[in-house]
Ligand binder design. Structure first.
Ligand SMILES: Nc1nc2c(ncn2[C@@H]2O[C@H](COP(=O)(O)OP(=O)(O)OP(=O)(O)O)[C@@H](O)[C@H]2O)c(=O)[nH]1
Ligand SMILES: [Mg+2]
Length: 242
């Protein structure tokens, strides 16, 4: 039984059968590793969140702000092409964070998570956390193709990026178990309409929760944090197949 991605690749006249086989092999290897990691998260009673968005949408800022909640104990795996800057920012907030530098790769893969996870485990951070947040490489395309075994995939869209992105980048927003509209304080400056995001998500993936947050307004974080706690209590597991 071929999944929908493979079917669409098979029907793509620009790809030869050989191309399709190669793509299938790489994806299935990552999927197997993601399954293995999912079992490890469960053994460690860890609820795993995969944060994805364009570069600069506010992923790390959101994590910095979540660090102030006492009932949200988390550690972080950071993905960037280069530098430890994001991990360093979180360490300053008292969060144990392990940086992965991917070099030229525009996404994280499950095998990369495994290495960083082992280090967090050695540091004792896994035992002390209820949540592991994976901050994926800033990119609205590639990370949506790689399963990391997370319980939830959370996609941020910041107001300066524009309210038309959901249907322009459907593969990413199809992954979303929740959408966060970030930088709400800039909404009027950029003429951003949350109603447009809602309308497009209703077409693409109805009933996906949408949160509107601003780093300038700590109260706006409360509902989002409560939602994450509730999802963990329910042991909600994403049904998205990558
Ligand atoms: N006005 C405003 N600025 C914000 C908000 N959240 C983040 N920023 C700013 O946006 C810039 C990028 O934020 P980051 O948190 O580094 O974004 P990121 O998604 O982690 O970026 P990458 O890791 O590079 O993909 C920083 O200058 C933040 O201060 C917000 O709610 N309002
Ligand atoms: Mg970041």
């Amino acid at each position: 039984m071929l999944d929908t991605r493979t079917q669409s690749l098979n029907n793509n006249p620009n790809l030869s059968k050989k191309d399709v086989k190669v793509v299938e092999k790489i994806l299935s290897k990552n999927d197997l590793k993601a399954l293995e990691m999912k079992k490890r998260y469960a053994q460690d009673s860890l609820y795993v969140l995969n944060f994805m968005s364009s570069p600069g949408s506010g992923k790390t800022t959101l994590l910095e702000n979540l660090a102030s909640f006492e009932d949200f104990k988390f550690c972080v795996i950071e993905g960037d092409l280069q530098t430890n800057r994001d991990a360093d920012r979180l360490v300053k907030k008292g969060v144990v964070a392990q940086q992965i530098t991917t070099g030229e790769a525009c996404h994280l893969e499950a095998a990369m998570i495994e290495g960083a996870y082992d280090i967090l485990k050695q540091k004792g951070a896994i035992a002390q956390s209820d949540y592991l947040v994976i901050e994926n490489v800033g990119n609205l395309v590639c990370p949506s193709s790689y399963n990391l075994g997370a319980a939830m995939n959370i996609v941020l869209l910041s107001t300066p990026e524009g309210d038309d992105k959901v249907l322009k980048y459907p593969t990413m927003f199809l992954c979303a178990d929740a959408v966060v509209v970030s930088k709400a304080d800039l909404m009027d400056v950029f003429g951003f309409r949350v109603a447009q995001v809602q309308e497009d998500m209703d077409k693409l993936k109805p009933q996906t929760p949408i949160f509107t947050l601003s780093a300038k307004d700590p109260h706006s974080l409360q509902a989002f944090k409560d939602f994450l706690v509730q999802r963990r209590d329910q042991n909600y597991q994403s049904e998205h197949s990558f």
